[in-house]
Design a protein around this ligand. Structure first.
Ligand code: ZN
Length: 216
């Protein structure tokens, strides 16, 4: 096809006898230029399949932590999703469904779906802190996994700012957001297995409402 290969530097090895052991060993002898590299656009053949992240998957996250997704049955059509016990639901018309899955999974990992948390959650200030933590955690996880196309970063920031209401973020909330973000990231790793399942027997429904102008 007449395409010219690019030169790259490639490590070169040579087998040398180790006189002490009497065995041949590979030794790095340099980095010569080798004319061997083509770009995909210089090649012929079928189109490459779309890139898939082999490393991270949202279904894997749910499996890792034993989270079950059920059909959305909330009356509030503006609500993007909700979580209770170890269950989450995502509105079929959610703008960023996978980001909402992570957000709801983060509520579960943060212990927000246990009955004891419900009273705290009804308090608007605590609710704001809880929402700030889980959205920030979801943001961190998607960013670290290189999956930012699954969310709208501006919408995510708007959401957290909206709940923050100009208050300073307590250190413990920052730490919690980072820690849950890491848990989400680990749980999404396709090789993740046997991580701890957190919380059982919870039955409270969160996300009954939404902040003015925000999304849940
Ligand atoms: Zn939420």
């Amino acid at each position: 096809m007449g395409e010219k290969a690019y030169y790259i530097r490639r490590p070169a090895f040579k087998k040398e006898l180790n006189e002490e052991t009497g065995e041949y060993e590979e030794k790095l002898v340099g980095f010569p230029f080798v004319k061997c590299w083509f770009g995909v656009n210089q090649t012929e053949g079928d189109e490459m399949p779309p890139h898939q992240s082999p490393e991270y998957s949202i279904p894997q996250l749910l499996e890792t932590y034993g989270i079950e997704e059920e059909p959305f049955r909330h009356v509030n059509g503006n609500c993007q999703g909700y979580s209770y016990a170890n269950r989450i639901a995502v509105n079929p018309i959610a703008k960023w469904p996978d980001r909402t899955r992570l957000h709801e999974a983060a509520h579960y990992l943060a212990g927000h779906t246990v009955p004891e948390f419900n009273e705290t959650y009804q308090d608007n200030m605590h609710r704001g802190r809880a929402e700030w933590v889980v959205e920030t955690a979801a943001h961190i996880a998607l960013k670290m996994a290189g999956l930012t196309h699954l969310m709208n970063e501006n919408a995510s920031r708007y959401y957290t700012e909206n709940w923050r209401q100009g208050q300073d973020i307590p250190d413990e909330d920052c730490k919690q957001a980072i820690s849950i973000g890491e848990k989400l990231l680990k749980g999404m790793r396709v090789s993740a297995a046997n991580l701890l399942t957190i919380g059982e027997g919870n039955n409270q429904i969160l996300e009954a409402g939404r902040p003015a102008g925000g999304e849940v």
